[in-house]
Design a protein around this ligand. Structure first.
Ligand SMILES: [Zn+2]
Length: 82
């Protein structure tokens, strides 16, 4: 429980390669902010290069979905401008 609460997700930009770790609870905040309840993946518009998207490692959403970004299924992702 604590491990999940404090776990991080690693995001990597598909354009400039910037990597950063984001607390899962913060991603859950983004999910709620965007009203995501179907296990959609949160992508982040890269603030470092302004062109790429930061793609996450697999994680569990606040609604309990195990999710990972699938380039073949872009409708299952939402871009968050950080
Ligand atoms: Zn970037």
């Amino acid at each position: 429980m604590l491990r999940r609460l404090f776990s991080n997700v690693t995001y990597t930009c598909d354009h400039c390669g910037t990597r950063r770790r984001i607390p899962l609870r913060r991603i859950h905040f983004f999910e709620r902010f965007h009203g995501l309840t179907q296990g959609q993946v949160v992508l982040i518009a890269c603030p470092a290069c302004g062109e790429g998207l930061q793609i996450p490692t697999p994680y569990r959403t606040h609604t309990g979905h195990d999710t990972r970004f699938d380039p073949q299924d872009p409708d299952n992702a939402v871009i968050h401008a950080d």
